[in-house]
Design a protein around this ligand. Sequence first.
Ligand SMILES: C[S@@+](CC[C@H](N)C(=O)[O-])C[C@H]1O[C@@H](n2cnc3c(N)ncnc32)[C@H](O)[C@@H]1O
Length: 260
Amino acid sequence: MADWNPALYTRFEDERTRPAAELLARVPLDAPRLAVDLGCGPGNSTALIAARFPDAAVIGLDTSPAMLESARARLPGLAFALADAATWIPERTPDLIYANAVLQWLPDHASLLPRLFGLLAPGGVLAVQMPDNLAEPTHRLMREVAADGPWAAAIGDPAVAGRLGRVLEPSAYYDLLAPLAAEVDVWRTAYHHRMADAAAIVDWVSATGLRPFLDPLDPEHRAGFLDAYARAIDGAYPPRSDGRRLLGFPRVFIVARRAP
Ligand SMILES: C[S@@+](CC[C@H](N)C(=O)[O-])C[C@H]1O[C@@H](n2cnc3c(N)ncnc32)[C@H](O)[C@@H]1O
């Protein structure tokens, strides 16, 4: 896939950072020595961690050079490095592994989450938030539009292009981590983000879940796909009483603490 676009991603930074803050608020740590922001993106989540734990060493890791460059420009005093959450092994044992809106891009959660949890220091915390929106109109319509147009062959199987973002039930994460942890807290929240118009919803997902659909397309098919998708979104998210659109957005949260 092409690299991420930090400018497009940060266009909705307030909305995207709200779950990051709500996840961090539930982390039961007072003074971690080392906190790792896995999939740090443009550093918005890393800034929250550094503000809450000013005495901690905070490291942001990401697979995107563009995102790392943006994070370094935002937080020049912190360390950022290229690393893949699927294979990352820390040089120093972290007290906090925090992953906001990243692990949905990785497969095989049944082994990934226990592996990450196993990297923690005694008493350490794994904190994870993931969008759970594959059944939402935004994502259902990506797959439907992908299957029905001259761009279909280039995109291939819409179920494959749209498979990123598949998360398990909260209870499944509980079952995976409870035997390993002293405490596990799981919850699912549906946000309803106020969006100016249907185009803003398209812009929102263009920076994230729409990328596997758009990346294989030439400019002409990309424009056609986006046009058809925007019309479908306009119908699926009708104007509310003030003319705005409400973007329903379910998210799963997991906070698991190791025994001291
Ligand atoms: C939706 S952004 C989240 C950014 C930030 N954590 C936040 O709270 O808004 C997802 C980030 O995860 C990164 N990412 C995707 N796959 C990754 C992987 N396997 N390992 C590390 N980072 C990854 C992307 O490059 C992107 O910057």
